[in-house]
Design a protein around this ligand. Structure first.
Ligand code: MF3
Ligand code: CO
Length: 276
């Protein structure tokens, strides 16, 4: 369909093995960039506020305020009953930690913050891992490795690549970082990235590991949330009784970095960076 004839939030679809993958026009990608910019702004505010003595509940309130002040809606709040606007995953928590006023940050904590916002029907989703006060060098290295894996995955989000080229790039970078740092990182396999656009979680699911050359071909107009999760030990996970919080089975610490990225003619366009 000609992009000029489309209005509002109704993207076209590509089909792959019976599944729909949403294709966005350039104007719709620009709209996603606005939502992504607001997520980046919320994460920047949380990053600035995170220090020993501050609770993750306070960080949640900060993120929600930034999103609402920017004309957006927090996408996590109410998602399958999720009770907050961010996920705050502390130390051995990998993802989906629920922020709380009683969860107070301490010096040496490693905190992953995941945030999503909707603006004009378009979603942005991103995560950062933050060092609270002075953090052990091994934890800083873990976070850096996860960020490198994210960067490698993003670089593979190009027209005519296959989906698992991204997966493979993430895995290869995580493994290279582990070799460099002298201890292998665990690559969490139960969770992964996803298509994003008019919903937060859309097809295709994007594994963070695997052989390249499989899955749908990436075409201009697709958007993916790339989000590696690495651990300092084993990759096995466990879900807490709250029904959300995912922790490492061995108690090792975890990192999580995420960006929403569009496939463009010029290569990957990161949608969840701060707006100029
Ligand atoms: N944003 C997370 C992801 O990266 C999902 C959060 S689920 C929620 O895919 F329920 F916490 F919102
Ligand atoms: Co995501």
């Amino acid at each position: 369909m000609n992009k000029g004839t489309r209005t509002g939030v109704r993207a076209v679809l590509a089909r792959w093995r019976g599944r729909d993958i949403e294709l966005k026009s350039p104007g719709e990608i620009d709209a996603m960039r606005v939502a992504g910019g607001l997520v980046a702004q919320a994460l920047a505010a949380v990053t600035a506020a995170a220090r020993p003595g501050v609770s993750t509940g306070e960080l949640d309130a900060i993120a929600e305020q930034v999103i609402r002040d920017g004309g957006g809606v927090p996408s996590f709040l109410g998602y399958h009953g999720y009770p907050a606007s961010i996920c705050a995953s502390l130390n051995e928590q990998i993802v989906h930690g629920i922020p709380a006023g009683t969860q107070v940050l301490a010096d040496g904590d490693l905190l992953s913050v995941d945030c999503g916002a909707i603006v004009e029907g378009w979603h942005g989703d991103a995560a950062v891992t933050l060092a609270v006060g002075t953090v052990a060098p091994a934890d800083l290295a873990l976070s850096a490795a996860c960020r490198e894996a994210l960067d490698a995955g993003i670089a593979a989000v190009r027209p005519d690549a296959r989906l698992t080229d991204v997966s493979h790039a993430v895995q290869a970078a995580a493994e290279a970082a582990g070799r460099r740092d002298g201890s292998p990182y665990g690559i969490v396999e139960e969770y992964g990235g996803h298509g994003i656009g008019t919903s937060m979680h859309m097809d295709p699911f994007l594994p963070n590991h695997g052989a390249p050359g499989h899955g749908p071909r990436l075409v201009v107009g697709m958007a993916l949330a790339v989000e590696p999760m690495l651990t300092g030990g084993d990759a096995e996970t466990r879900e807490l009784d709250d029904g959300w919080t995912v922790v490492t089975a061995d108690g090792s610490r975890a990192a999580h970095w995420e960006h929403s990225v569009a496939v463009t003619d010029d290569g990957p366009r990161i949608l969840t960076l701060p707006l100029g």
